[in-house]
Design a protein around this ligand. Structure first.
Ligand SMILES: [Zn+2]
Length: 466
C-alpha cells in the first residue's frame, strides 16, 4: 500500500484540506481522509501542489496528431475549406502511416495527454490494414497498445467498424481501403487484442461503429449485440456535420439520433461522439436512455462543425465526457475553456455551464466531464474515492496563473487563466508517470521525453518529406 498526503485535494466536487490518500496493491484508492490529524501523516509521501483526479480522454484518433498544425491553410484556391476538404488531407496521412510510425506518434501524443491531465484515453481506431491494403489488423492495434504502455497511459482500445463510404454505398472508396472491416473480422480483432494484452496493466477494450453512414443496419445490430454480450463500451460518431444529417434523413426519413434510437436500445455503455446537430427531443431521449455524449470542443471548432447544445442537454440532465479527437489541443483545461467560451459567444452571457449548487463554472464543467469519462472507458474512474482507480494530477502551485489566489479558486484559474498551471506530477493507478511536467524514465515509465521526441520527429519527417 502507498500513502500520500495533500494539503489540498478535489473530493466530491469540492476542495478538501489536509487529505491522507491511500492506494492499495491493485492501484485503487482504499483510503481517502480529509482533515487528517498531523500524527497520521507520518511516512506519507507529500504531494507538492493541489491534487485533482485524472480525466478520461473519451475520443482519440492518435494518428491525427501527425497533421496538427498542417491543415491551417486554405486548400484549393476559391474552394470552400470545411470538414470534407480537411478529411482529404487527413486521409493522406492515414494512407501512408506504418505501424512503427503510428507507435512513435501515439507514444508522444499519449505523453502529451498525460501532461495535459488525462490518464486514460479511448482510442477510436479504424486504421486496420497495412499501407498496401492487406496485412494483419492486429499490427496497427498493437502499435497503439505499445505506445500506451511505453508512457504509462491507460488505454481503452476501440476497434472500429467501417464498411462503406456513405449512406446507400455498397463499399468503401479506394482511399478508405485501410479501414475495411466486417462485423466478424471486428469481433476476431477484439478477441485477438484481448488475448495479446491479458497480462498487461491498464489496457482495456471496447468497440466502435464509425458512423451511421459507414455501416449498414444489420452490421450495426450485430456489433451492438456483441458489445452487449461482452459488457463492452460502444462508441459512435453521430450528427457531427449538417451534410451527414441531411443524408441520413434522405436515406432513412429520420435524423441520425432519432434513427439510432429506433434501431438499438441505448444504455450507459453507449457513447455518442459529437452530437453537434440535434433537436431538444433527441437530446432528451439520449439522456433518458442513459447513454452519454462525447464533446470534442477543440476539434469541433477547428473543423467548423458547429456548437454543441450544451445548455439544452444539461436541461435534459444528460451525461457527457470530453475528447480531444484530432488533438489540436492536448490539455483538458483548454477543452473546458473552449466549451464554455463557445456558449458565451453564442448566448452573449457569462458562466453558462454553472448551475445552481455548483461551486463554479469550472467545477460544473470538470465534474460533468469526470462523470461521463468513466463509462466511456468502461472503468471505475473519475473521482478520488475508495474503489476508483488511483489516477491523479498534482498541479504546480508556483505557476503564475495560481499565484496569490485563494485555494477555492484553483480550478477556476486552471480553466480560465492561461497559460494554465501545468500538471507537475501525474499518477496512473498509483504509479507516477509524469515528473516535473514531463513523462520521464526517472518517474518509472520506460520512456524518456528526448527519446519520444526523437522517434516522433523521425516519423513526421518520413510522413512529410520536404
Ligand atoms: Zn472522431
Amino acid at each position: 500500500m502507498k500513502t500520500f498526503f495533500a494539503e489540498q485535494a478535489w473530493i466530491n466536487g469540492a476542495w478538501a484540506r489536509d487529505v491522507l490518500l491511500q492506494v492499495d496493491a491493485a492501484g485503487r484508492w482504499c483510503g481517502v481522509q480529509a482533515d487528517a490529524p498531523v500524527a497520521q501523516r507520518a511516512g506519507a509521501t507529500l504531494l507538492s501542489g493541489p491534487v485533482l483526479p485524472g480525466l478520461v480522454n473519451a475520443h482519440s484518433h492518435a494518428f491525427q496528431r501527425a497533421i496538427a498544425g498542417l491543415t491551417e491553410r486554405q486548400g484549393v484556391a476559391g474552394g470552400v475549406d470545411d470538414f470534407w476538404s480537411w478529411r482529404e488531407r487527413m486521409y493522406s496521412a492515414a494512407l501512408r502511416i506504418t505501424p512503427e510510425q503510428l507507435e512513435a506518434i501515439a507514444a508522444l501524443l499519449y505523453a502529451e495527454l498525460l501532461a495535459g491531465g488525462y490518464t486514460q484515453v479511448c482510442e477510436f481506431h479504424y486504421l486496420h490494414h497495412g499501407v498496401a491494403g492487406a496485412a494483419d489488423p492486429l499490427q496497427m492495434s498493437l502499435a497503439l497498445v505499445r505506445a500506451a504502455q511505453r508512457v504509462g497511459m491507460g488505454l481503452t482500445l476501440l476497434p472500429t467498424l467501417y464498411m462503406r463510404s456513405g449512406f446507400g454505398a455498397s463499399g468503401l472508396r479506394e482511399d478508405q481501403r485501410r479501414f475495411a472491416c466486417t462485423p466478424e473480422r471486428l469481433m476476431r480483432l477484439v478477441e485477438g487484442v484481448q488475448r495479446q494484452t491479458q497480462a498487461l496493466d491498464q489496457i482495456h477494450i471496447g468497440v466502435a461503429i464509425h458512423s451511421l453512414r459507414a455501416v449498414a443496419p444489420a452490421a450495426l445490430h450485430e456489433i451492438a449485440a456483441f458489445a452487449q454480450s461482452g459488457g463492452l463500451p460502444v462508441h459512435i460518431h453521430i450528427a457531427e456535420q449538417t451534410q451527414e444529417v441531411q443524408d441520413c434523413i434522405a436515406h432513412t426519413g429520420q435524423r441520425p439520433i432519432e434513427w439510432l434510437l429506433q434501431q438499438v436500445a441505448l444504455d450507459a455503455r453507449w457513447n455518442l461522439v459529437h452530437a453537434t446537430h440535434t433537436t431538444p427531443d433527441e437530446l432528451q431521449a439520449v439522456s433518458t436512455s442513459g447513454a452519454a455524449i462525447v464533446i470534442c470542443p477543440s476539434t469541433e471548432a477547428n473543423l467548423g462543425d458547429g456548437v454543441f447544445d450544451y445548455t439544452g442537454y444539461a436541461r435534459a440532465g444528460g451525461r457527457w465526457s470530453i475528447g480531444s479527437d484530432s488533438h489540436v489541443t492536448r490539455a483538458w483545461s483548454e477543452e473546458l475553456r473552449l466549451l464554455e467560451y463557445s456558449l458565451r459567444l453564442t448566448q452573449r452571457r457569462r458562466n453558462v455551464a454553472a448551475h445552481d449548487g455548483s461551486a463554479s463554472t469550472a467545477a460544473a464543467l470538470f465534474e460533468g466531464a469526470l462523470a461521463g469519462g468513466g463509462s466511456a472507458s468502461g472503468l471505475a474512474l473519475g473521482a478520488i474515492a475508495a474503489g476508483q482507480r488511483a489516477d491523479f494530477l498534482v498541479l504546480d502551485a508556483t505557476a503564475p496563473a495560481l499565484l496569490g489566489l485563494p485555494a477555492e479558486q484553483t480550478l477556476d484559474a486552471l480553466v480560465f487563466s492561461s497559460p494554465s498551471a501545468p500538471c507537475q506530477e501525474v499518477f496512473v493507478a498509483g504509479r507516477q508517470v509524469v515528473r516535473q511536467g514531463l513523462v520521464s524514465a526517472a518517474a518509472g515509465t520506460g520512456a524518456s521525453w528526448p527519446e519520444l521526441a526523437r522517434a516522433y520527429t523521425q516519423a513526421m519527417q518520413a510522413l512529410w518529406p520536404r
